[in-house]
Design a protein around this ligand. Sequence first.
Ligand code: ADP
Length: 402
Amino acid sequence: MKILVINAGSSSLKYQLINMEDEHVIAKGNCERIGAEGGRISHKTADGVEIKLDCEFPTHTEAFEKLVEVLTSGKGRVLDDLSEISAVGHRIVQGAELFSESVLVTEEVIEKISSISELAPLHNPAHVLALRACQKVFDPSVPQVVVFDTAFHQSIPDYAYTFGVPYEDYLEFHARRYGFHGTSHRYVSQRYAKLIGKNIKDLKIITCHLGNGSSITAINGGKSIDTSMGFTPLDGVIMGTRSGSIDASLVLYLMEKKGFTPKEMSDYLNKKSGYLGISGFTNDDRDIRKAAAEGNKRAQLAGDILRYGIKKYIGAYTAAMGGLDAVIFTGGIGENSAPVREGACDHMEYLGIKLDLQKNLDLNRKEGEISTPDSKVKVWIVPTNEELLIARDTKEIINKIK
Ligand code: ADP
């Protein structure tokens, strides 16, 4: 069984074709600059064939047509016929309270995803465009499945997802914590349980997905019970260009001082803050580390803020779960940045966390344990694979309807 996984943004469409017999990626790629001039598709096969083609994508439909063409013809061809694709799985950012698990796409499902566009204006409208385009390009008999970033967090209890604003506004405007990166948190926690041969129902885990966007989740018995991102992905720890949690009054104060419109304020908090805003020159953890090592104080401060933020979440979520069995690091920074992991876990012996500093340095990007043998709480790096989980959910759902 071959499953196509789609991650559509407003101007891009990333894809992976996965063989579910052994879960290996047959080909992957990206259509860029949809709706603009100068579009291009980059496509890579498991055999190492790489192609880049300039093409115009007025809409998502042309992008789908092109990716189907490169999968089935030319140098990057990996399929004899499109009918070899059994199903398509789509990543959807916001499912709000309408979706607590992955589902088969129907007209009603598309309408529901569209109905909550206000909660994710940059993402959900693009997902709907991609779903429609996919329906046009594929035979209607090919099932499509949607997998939501928010769904895993629907198990968070009301006292953890409700903000302290008038309750009517939660009811009327859906103002609450949703959490994101759910597919990643679910994947790495399940993978960890499998690797250590334990039932996830018996584990209390904190997963730290640290990348350009970062979120931390408390997973008790396999269920998300709290997470650091909130109504939008702006909340939580400091990120590449996002501020993370700040006092809401500061937003109002700065809007007044700087004369910002809501859109300008949103850009300030989402695109000009975080690592970039603190350091003044980069959103990238590698640059931050290099500059800090060379004595750049603001780069050092940016890194310190992230490390301290993660540490506070580990402490808070241990309290929330009444204990802790494992901390898992994933995402570009979580998998690669030894100093971030070290800083987040230092002086945590009182909580049962003891990092093996050498293993922490050696194990970048690889799956494995980085705590000492006598550490009560295990610390692991587990590289994330959201596409694989989307493909697995898709397979499970289409097997049920067969
Ligand atoms: P996104 O959230 O956009 O998916 P990533 O998970 O790729 O982002 O994370 C991007 C961050 O990870 C950047 O700060 C970058 O410095 C860091 N990173 C990614 N790859 C590496 C690497 N090989 N070595 C060190 N840091 C890395």
